[in-house]
Each structure stands twice: as structure tokens, then as C-alpha cells.
Ligand binder design. Structure first.
Ligand code: SF4
Length: 358
């Protein structure tokens, strides 16, 4: 197999809190993916919060010494109460319900790691990764059970739910979610932004619910204070037509970003969806795109070529990439990354069932 550079893990979310006007996931159907944890979220939550998982003979098993020894005599001898026994039994039952999923997830992580993959990208195909924290906790537990865990982990998000905890504002804000991401090993936060110059317009294009709206300056400041790498992933629309290329780099510097990705918006092959229509009406002007390209070539130093063919430049100290078309056919053919989808199988392409490895 060719060298694989990254493993994307799609966190199952069951629908997004946002409603981006250009949302890729709404443009095509992934109905062939069977979500393995669907209907099992209670068991998943119970396991990640209460069980200790260990590896025995290459299998993920529950550490029963922590959970239960089912013999009543043991309970009596060790003075274990009925409540403790019931709790332990619940744990075992939950584990029974999802142990195949846990084992399959572990094997896919191990396969990627054994094949030299260093980077994990946590992403949501139809939602925000923080909508499913038990799944993220499970990823962290299994990663730490690998003989050689992944240490470079990226989180992709629109930025919602990362604000200071405030249970009065949102049910997603009860916890310090930046700390949560840090605790599961995330090093880079990649913010997918619709307008870096205007918070209201960003919220409008992304259609962020009122309770989850945030101030980009404050959020970026917090992300940097917590020592994350910060990538601004800019979804290019006509809101940028009035800008100069230099403006993007000045703004990125103001936000203390380490990296910028300019992302040309993708339309689907049939081009008939609401999102396609929005993109046709609101695409960035080609002249503007050309001037961004020229600016990068004039002021940037080539750092390297990414796995999917895009070139990476250093511009004013900021690592800069232009992603011309994330779903382009040629890109997909040469893509040196693999993906764990919600069915916990490995694929080499996002939207091609036949690309399943196992
Ligand atoms: S955040 Fe992502 S999944 Fe959610 S609506 Fe926007 S593009 Fe779609």
C-alpha cells in the first residue's frame, strides 16, 4: 500500500447544529454507511465514563476486576454491596452491547498506526464533533491502548461550543470544551469559517443557532492561550470580493493563526441542491482568487506539497494552502489518507462505497 499520511475519523453526530449555506454533506447521500453506534449511545456513554478497558491477546476487554466478579460468594467475602454489584453488572451488559464496535474501532486505529500514519483528523461529516463527546472519549481511550498512540491529533470545527462554559446559554457549554479537546490529545484546532472579518456574517452564512454564536477574536485568543495550533480554514464566498489579499494575512496575524487554508467551495456533480444554487450565486470572484494566488506566489516561500497535491507556502510566517477543490476526482485518486467512517470501516475515499479497505 502507498504511504498513508493521515487518518480522518468521522464522528457520528446525527445531524448538525449549524446549517451552512454551502454544506457539502447535504449535497450527497451517504445512505450506504451504517452507523454502528446508532441506538447504542447509552451503552457507549456508560462504558467511557465507568469502565476500564485493557488489551488482552490483541482484544479490547473490560477490566473485570474493576467491574465485577459475578460470583455471589466473592461479593460476600469482599463485602461488596448489592448496589455496587448492580452497577458492575450494568457495565458488563453495556460492554456486551458494544464490544464488537469497540474492537473494530481499535483494529482500524491500529491498522493505520501500524502503516505509519501519524496524524489523526477528527471531523464530522454531518455535524460538529463535540456533539458526540462519548465517541471522542472512546477514541482517546483506544488511542492510549495502542502500542504506539497517535500523538498528532487535529479537530475540525466551525468554532461553536468552544466558548467559555456557560450552562445558561447552551446545553453544549456546560463544560470547558477546549480543555476537553486538550485532554483527548488535540494539538491543532482547524476553524472552518465563512467570514473572518465579520462575526455576524459568519454566523449568518454558517447559520449558527443564536445560543451558539461566538466572537472570533475572543475564541482565537482563547485557543492560542491554551497552546493549540490554530488553522483558519476559509470557505471562500463573494463576501471576500471586496478584500485585498494582504487583508487575509493581516487578519490572520491579528488572530494569531499559525495556518490558513483557502478553500474553494465545492458543488455536487448534478448541481441541483439548494447548497449548489447558493454556491453558484455566491462564489468568490475568479479575479479575486487569482489575486490571492498571485500574492501567495509573490510573497510566499514554498514549504512542501501536501498529500493531495496542494502546495504549502510560508506567507508572512503563516503556513498557507489553497485547497482548490476538496472533492475533485484527481485529488481523490492521489489522496494518501484513509478514513474511518461511522460504520467503523476504513475507506480511501469519502464518497465511494467501493473504496472500502476493510
Ligand atoms: S458545520 Fe459542516 S456539517 Fe454542519 S452545516 Fe456546516 S458544513 Fe454542514
Amino acid at each position: 500500500m502507498q504511504e498513508i499520511q493521515s487518518l480522518s475519523i468521522t464522528v457520528p453526530t446525527g445531524g448538525c447544529v449549524n446549517n451552512c449555506k454551502y454544506c457539502v454533506s447535504k449535497m450527497h447521500s451517504d445512505s450506504w454507511i451504517k452507523e454502528r453506534f446508532k441506538g447504542k449511545s447509552k451503552a457507549l456513554k456508560h462504558i467511557v465514563e465507568n469502565a476500564k478497558l485493557i488489551i488482552r491477546n490483541n482484544k479490547v476487554v473490560i477490566d473485570k476486576s474493576k467491574a465485577s466478579l459475578s460470583m455471589e460468594s466473592f461479593l460476600i467475602e469482599n463485602g461488596i454491596s448489592k448496589t455496587m454489584f448492580e452497577k458492575a453488572s450494568m457495565l458488563i451488559n453495556s460492554y456486551e452491547e458494544i464490544h464488537d464496535e469497540i474492537q473494530d474501532f481499535y483494529e482500524r486505529l491500529k491498522f493505520a498506526r501500524d502503516n505509519g500514519v501519524n496524524t489523526v483528523i477528527l471531523t464530522g461529516v454531518d455535524g460538529e464533533i463535540l456533539q458526540n463527546k462519548p465517541f471522542l472519549k472512546l477514541f482517546n481511550i483506544l488511542n492510549n491502548l495502542l502500542p504506539n498512540p497517535f500523538s498528532w491529533i487535529e479537530a475540525q470545527t466551525s468554532g461553536v461550543m468552544l466558548e467559555e462554559p456557560n450552562p445558561f446559554i447552551s446545553k453544549y457549554s456546560e463544560e470547558d470544551n477546549l480543555q476537553f479537546l486538550k485532554d483527548i490529545g488535540v494539538k491543532t484546532i482547524s476553524l472552518s469559517i465563512s467570514d473572518i472579518f465579520d462575526n455576524d456574517n459568519n454566523a449568518e452564512i454558517t447559520q449558527i443557532p443564536k445560543a451558539l454564536r461566538f466572537n472570533l477574536d475572543a475564541l482565537c485568543k482563547e485557543i492560542k492561550q491554551r497552546d493549540f495550533n490554530l488553522r483558519l480554514s476559509l470557505n471562500l464566498s463573494d463576501c471576500y470580493n471586496v478584500r485585498l489579499p494582504q487583508d487575509f494575512f493581516d487578519r490572520a496575524e491579528q488572530l494569531e493563526a499559525d495556518q490558513i487554508t483557502f478553500r474553494v467551495l465545492y458543488t455536487s456533480p448534478d448541481g441541483n441542491s439548494e447548497e449548489d444554487k447558493w454556491i453558484y450565486d455566491h462564489s468568490i470572484d475568479l479575479k479575486m482568487m487569482d489575486s490571492i494566488n498571485d500574492f501567495i506566489l509573490d510573497y510566499g516561500n514554498l514549504i512542501g506539497v501536501l498529500s493531495f497535491g496542494a502546495k504549502k507556502y510560508g506567507v508572512h510566517g503563516i503556513s498557507t494552502v489553497i485547497d482548490q477543490d476538496c472533492m475533485n476526482e484527481d485529488v481523490k485518486v492521489t489522496l494518501k489518507s484513509i478514513i474511518v467512517r461511522e460504520d467503523l470501516s476504513l475507506y480511501t475515499k469519502w464518497d465511494e462505497r467501493a473504496s472500502k479497505l476493510y
